[in-house]
Design a binder for this molecule. Structure first.
Ligand SMILES: C[S@@+](CC[C@H](N)C(=O)[O-])C[C@H]1O[C@@H](n2cnc3c(N)ncnc32)[C@H](O)[C@@H]1O
Length: 215
């Protein structure tokens, strides 16, 4: 099957920015109390559900490591081989694989949780149903999903610079209710939705959704 252009572009952009992106975001998590609180709630939910948690679009792996430090059996997956290489080097005790959320090389119904932390932001809206169908497929009954993404009206911007590098990359913004509707269509039950004003260096609002696979 031929790969969609957005995957080729996104991989190549994150391969280019990987080192600078990793330095920036790894230092930022301690400055984001709201993010850490929501990740803490997710950790509690998935520990109770049992089963491993996939951090899909894990980037340099710092959030995977954060979940692991909270007692979650977490592993990471990312489109960008350079991101995965950085994550493996930084967290040698954890598992990181190259792959795409649009077609996960994971069995049906085994995961206690799926985290998508600012990783759907490069996926065109029309492809999100395919991504969320994968979340639904790989989650065990009773498993949880947590999504964080750029809040905004449904729009995207085309970037030619990121983290000091020339890139070609679309960044998508979305309203939580729109994404919640797509999760529901995929068979997930949305349990919480949140909208946060820009904080600590984020220029846009942040949106967060918790969802659960029935069962
Ligand atoms: C904005 S970064 C977020 C990284 C990390 N989750 C964080 O919070 O810093 C987006 C990441 O998602 C990855 N990504 C984008 N589309 C993906 C896809 N279809 N499958 C897997 N990873 C993807 C990119 O390679 C990049 O590492």
């Amino acid at each position: 099957m031929t790969e969609t252009a957005h995957l080729t572009e996104t991989r190549s952009a994150y391969d280019a920015v990987a080192v600078d992106y990793a330095a920036l975001v790894t230092a930022k998590l301690p400055e984001l109390p709201l993010d850490r609180a929501l990740l803490g709630a997710f950790a509690e939910l998935v520990r109770a559900a049992g089963g491993p948690v996939a951090d899909l679009g894990c980037g340099p792996g710092h959030v995977t490591a954060h979940l692991a430090a909270l007692g979650v059996e977490a592993f990471g997956l990312d489109l960008s081989p350079r991101m995965v290489a950085l994550a493996r080097r930084a967290y040698p005790g954890l598992r990181f694989e190259v792959g795409s959320m649009t077609g996960l090389d994971l069995p049906d119904g085994r995961l206690g949780g799926v985290l998508s932390w600012w990783s759907i932001v490069h996926t065109p809206r029309e492809l999100l149903p395919r991504v969320f169908a994968e979340f639904q497929r790989v989650l065990a009954p009773g498993g949880h999903a947590l999504l964080g993404f750029h809040g905004g009206d449904d729009e995207h911007v085309r970037r030619d610079q990121a983290y000091g590098h020339r890139v070609a990359l679309d960044v998508h913004f979305a309203r939580p209710d729109g994404i919640a509707g797509l999760l529901a269509e995929a068979g997930l039950v949305v349990t919480a939705s949140m909208w946060a004003a820009p904080e600590q260096g984020r220029r846009r609002p942040s949106a967060y959704l918790f969802a659960r696979k029935p069962g």
